[in-house]
Design a protein around this ligand. Structure first.
Ligand code: PRP
Ligand code: URA
Length: 209
């Protein structure tokens, strides 16, 4: 599928195995989400626009490509997307952060927006949506709808675990959006949880269950 990258790297796979384990505690879960996000970020930033700048080394003047400050915004979907923010900032600390609050109705799985605060100038930035879980795709699609309504033209999204159903639905709704997933699981279960998955990402990150 065009615009869909599943990383499936041995280093990522190793960390995802520990992440999935029901005995992994909140502290380690949080650290792993950050570490895996950093590895996915490396791939997702591959085609971020750069400009040539002049640098003076101790030996001579040269030119080098750099990412322009203010050109990238990360958009964590609350709550679980918050766990991925430090993972991007560890590689690109000047990325602006916009927050979108979505919760999935437990019965219908329809996403409901409850918060939105985006950086000034977002329409001209590359927006990277962060959410560890891409299940039905509803939360990611609603967030991207919202960003496009604000004029954002270049959007990527990063996930740790995706369901094939979510990837297909997101790709169908927004074929222009580049999707990066650490791994893709078997399917959704009867209550739209990803299986084998890792359970509820927000609860495991924040110790709420
Ligand atoms: C979870 C998860 C995603 C969403 C994925 O959030 O963090 O945002 O479900 O499901 P979808 O692809 O079917 O929309 P949840 O609504 O449980 O909120 P939380 O992050 O606050 O726990
Ligand atoms: N949200 C989660 O946190 N986990 C899933 O498996 C599906 C949605």
């Amino acid at each position: 599928m065009n615009n869909v990258t599943i990383l499936n790297h041995p280093l990522i796979s190793h960390k995802v195995a520990i992440l999935r384990d029901k005995n992994t505690d909140t502290k380690q879960f949080r650290e792993l989400i950050e570490e895996i996000t950093t590895l996915v970020t490396y791939e997702a930033f591959k085609d971020i626009p750069t400009v040539e700048v002049e640098v003076e080394t101790p030996l001579e003047k040269t030119t080098q490509q750099m990412i322009v400050d203010d050109s990238v915004a990360i958009i964590p979907i609350l709550r679980a997307g918050l766990g991925m923010v430090n993972g991007v900032h560890s590689l690109f600390p000047t990325a602006k952060v916009g927050h979108v609050g979505m919760y999935r109705d437990e019965e219908t799985c329809i996403p409901h927006e409850y918060y939105c605060k985006l950086p000034v100038g977002i329409a001209n930035m590359v927006a990277i949506v962060l959410d560890p879980m891409l299940a039905t795709g509803g939360s990611a699609i609603a967030t991207i709808d919202l960003l496009k309504a604000k004029g954002v033209k270049h959007i990527k999204c990063m996930h740790i675990i995706a369901a094939p159903e979510g990837i297909a639905k997101l790709h169908e709704a927004h074929p222009d959006v580049q999707i990066y997933c650490a791994t893709c699981d078997r399917q959704l279960n009867e209550v739209n949880y990803i299986v084998p998955g890792l359970g509820d990402a927000g609860d495991r990150l924040f110790g709420t269950k």
